[in-house]
Each structure stands twice: as C-alpha cells, then as structure tokens.
Design a protein around this ligand. Structure first.
Ligand SMILES: [Zn+2]
Length: 465
C-alpha cells in the first residue's frame, strides 16, 4: 500500500519508498514514462532529500554518492600540521592554513573586514569546499558570515581542546584508512601517528642546494638536517643514498618532488662530473644552467633509487612556476627511467589532457588527482572523465587532499566524492559502463589503487560510518 508520507515528487517523477524495508532493499520509482525498480540506500537517500532538496533523490548520482560513503579512503598526500598546531586552531587559523589564503584576500579582524573578505572569496572553489566541510562539522547554518564568525571560531577551538580531534575527523568524517604525509619541514615524519600517516620524503632541497648557504622554496637545506660538513661530493652522494634507503627501511612509501615551484620540470641528463664540479661552488659564481644541471643529476639519481627501492616518485606538475610546470616537460625523464613509477600530481592543472596522454603512452606513469577537485571542481570532472577513458589501466588513478588541517581535508574529500559521483553516474547513464563498473571504480579511486601503488596494507578493513 502506498502511503502519501512515503511519496516524494521531483523533477524526475514520483518517488515512492517504503521506509520499513531494509536499507539495501529495492526502491520503487514511478516515473511519468516508466516504472523503475532500482536498488537504493533508503536512509542515505532521505539524507539527500534534506541536504539538497529533491534535486538528486535516488538518481544514479545520488546512489553512487551514497555508495562512496561506505568506503574507506587512502589519501596519497597530506601536509597535516603537528598535534600542537592542530590544538591551537580557530576559524582564522584554519583559513590561514588553507588554500583560501592562497587567494591573497586580506582576512581582517573587524566585522566589516570579514564581510569584505567573504564577499570576495565566497565563490572560489577553495572557499566553497571548506565552507561545506565546516558545515558538516560545526553548527552555524552552513553559510560563513561575519555574524557567525566568532561563534564558529569558538566551536572550532573547543573541538580542538581534545588533542585527538584532528585525528578523529580524519578517521570518522574522512574515513581515512591511511594518509601519506609529506611533512616537508621534517622529511620522513609520521607526526607521531604511524598507524595513520605513512611518510613521504620530499627531495626538493637536494635538487636545489649544492652549497650550505642555499635553501629550497620551503626554506630547507640538506645541511640543516644532516651532518654533511666537510664531505666530498662522492661522500655527500653516498650519504644521500644511505639517507633515502634508511627512510624507506623505516616506512617511507614514496619520494616527492615539488621543485616546479622554483624551476622548470624539464630534467635533461647531467653527468656526475658536472654535478661534482658545482658541488660547494659559491652560488653567486654558478651559472643558471649549471645550477639546473646539478639538480638534473640529483633527480636522475633519485629516480634510480626510487626504482631500486620500489617506491614511486610523486611529482608536482602544473600550477608551479607556470611556464615551467607543463607535465609534458617530464617526458624525457619518464622515458629515461622505465623502471621508475612516476605519480604525476594535480592532473598537471591546467594541462590535464597532457597528463592523460602521458599515462596513455607510458606504463610507468600514474595520475593523482590530488588537490585538483579543490583547484577547479569542473576541471576535475572533465579530467576524471578523460582519465577513465584514456589511461590503459584504471589501477593507475588515485587521490589525496594535499591539506594542512582535517577540516580542509574533509572539504577536499567532499569535492572529490562530488567529482566521482558526477562522472561515474554520467558514464552509467550514458551506457558507457554498468553500475557494477562504477562501484568497482569508486573503490579503486578512493583506496584500492593507492593501496596497490604504495603497498599500504592490502587487507583493508572497512571503517563503519
Ligand atoms: Zn602538496
């Protein structure tokens, strides 16, 4: 018997559900044209009614979105702040440690200044997804305004009085099974949470610095971390290799290169002698091309080490020094190191077609959509459509949040889940593949591929909601 209370009208037709049936039972949809009986998750569908109005009720997109909520997540890239810094978070602190601050709009501290900031920042996708995340975690009506600012900030401070709060958000709200931590201020750190964070060693400082007076773009120098005084170049290289081997032995699962922020990512072959000649040279006396050649030698050697130690080399592409960060510049390096697995980050935005083409042509290229759904959600949708079609194996696409706080990490995950649901539902509705394919791909994108690429606990246990 159909009860009016269980009937919902929408633009798609009339939806009837019997709330007494089990969660995974059939959901009857009466359309004006057809009668559908489709599997649906009743509780979650009702949740969507409340959250989004009737727009997405029980359509393919909503169904896939619900399916994602039951899957664990492995994030391939985080810059998570240490416990003490998480404990001090306020709304201002979260924004200052988020990509919203990259918009370079002054945050201010008065009501007028905050209103001005919000009015300018509001529609950029960094702000949009951070606001959605805060709306999930705190009670303020879901819309950040100067009126709710202080109260929201107090709620954030209060939550973080619990020193475990930031870990709980990652575990419970983000459903993180594991997260790769690129703690560039402490290479190879697991932040004291080895059960969650899997370390990555960032190699930028080795690529940039050939003299103790130099620092990389994160203000790091090898001489800051290591007892390198007085070493010959041969001894220095031996030390570096030992350092990388030791880190991998201790649990580092990848090397990372973000040097696109300070030099072009074209890495021509360079000889040992060229690098040895430059080592310890006064940077004032070194030519630009010599300095680049030194870095090229280090990158080549790191590729060899990554292959030998069986860890992927994650490379930041796009949105660095723009003219030098086109992922196509990496092709000679990729060809020179067929045994090295290169994980190209960020879809190479704005060159996401190029990253797809590189993965198409080179079996040692993986694509990581890390940060991309936050940079430009609609580009991420287009990129995922392309990657699914063009990458020879769907095992080679992964995701990470690339964030400093749990709040922004949740926003990044919400953005990626939105992207997955939109893309996979389009492909199901267009008849490109079946719902079973969509489910399989959902699992690959959220955790199975990262598990395979980085060798993280293949016996995943599901985290309940
Ligand atoms: Zn990053």
């Amino acid at each position: 018997m159909i009860n009016l209370e269980n009937m919902f009208a929408s633009e798609h037709g009339v939806f009837i559900c019997n709330t007494s049936i089990s969660r995974y039972d059939a959901f009857m949809v009466l359309s004006i044209k057809r009668l559908y009986i489709v599997p649906a998750i009743i509780e979650s569908s009702l949740f969507h009614i409340a959250e989004r109005g009737f727009k997405m009720i029980s359509d393919t997109c909503s169904y896939i979105h619900d399916y994602l909520q039951q899957l664990p997540v492995i994030s391939t890239h985080e810059h998570h702040l240490k416990d003490e810094d998480q404990a001090r978070l306020t709304l201002d602190g979260i924004i200052n440690h988020s990509y919203v601050s990259w918009q370079n709009i002054p945050l201010g501290s008065t009501r007028e200044e905050r209103t001005q900031f919000i009015n300018q920042a509001r529609h950029n996708s960094y702000f949009v997804w951070l606001e959605k995340s805060l709306g999930r975690l705190y009670k303020f009506g879901g819309r950040i305004t100067a009126d709710v600012w202080e109260d929201l900030s107090d709620q954030i401070s209060k939550k973080h009085e619990n020193p475990e709060a930031h870990i709980q958000i990652l575990r419970k709200n983000c459903r993180y099974h594991a997260a790769l931590s690129d703690i560039y201020w402490s290479p190879g750190s697991d932040l004291g949470h080895p059960e969650l964070f899997k370390p990555v060693v960032r190699t930028d400082m080795f690529v940039k610095c050939f003299h103790p007076s130099q620092r990389d773009h994160d203000d790091r120098s090898p001489w800051e971390f290591m007892p390198l005084e007085g070493l010959s170049f041969g001894e220095y290289m031996e030390y570096l290799e030992k350092f990388h081997r030791e880190k991998v032995r201790q649990g580092t699962v990848a090397f990372k290169l973000a040097t696109a922020y300070e030099r072009p990512i074209s890495f021509e072959p360079a000889s040992y002698d060229t690098a040895a000649r430059l080592y310890m040279m006064d940077p004032e006396e070194a030519s630009y091309s010599d300095a680049i050649a030194y870095g090229n030698y280090i990158v080549d050697r790191t590729c060899e080490l990554a292959a030998e130690l069986g860890v992927p080399y994650q490379i930041h592409t796009g949105l660095g020094q723009l003219a030098g960060s086109n992922p196509m510049l990496l092709e000679p390096l990729i060809e020179r190191h067929p045994e090295t697995n290169f994980v190209l980050f960020h879809g190479g935005y704005p060159w996401y077609h190029e990253t797809g083409a590189l993965a198409h042509n080179h079996s040692n290229v993986m694509l990581d959509m890390v940060w991309l759904p936050l940079i430009c959600t609609s580009a991420a949708i287009q990129a995922l459509h392309e990657y699914i079609e063009v990458v020879p194996s769907s095992d080679r696409i992964s995701w990470g949040s690339d964030c400093w706080t749990s709040e922004e990490a949740l926003g990044a995950l919400l953005a990626f889940e939105h992207v997955i649901a939109k893309v996979l539902s389009d492909k199901v509705d267009d008849g490109y593949f079946s719902m079973d394919d969509a489910k399989e791909l959902s699992e690959k994108l959220l955790f199975r591929n990262a598990s395979g690429i980085y060798g993280i606990d293949p016996n995943i246990t599901y985290i309940s909601r």
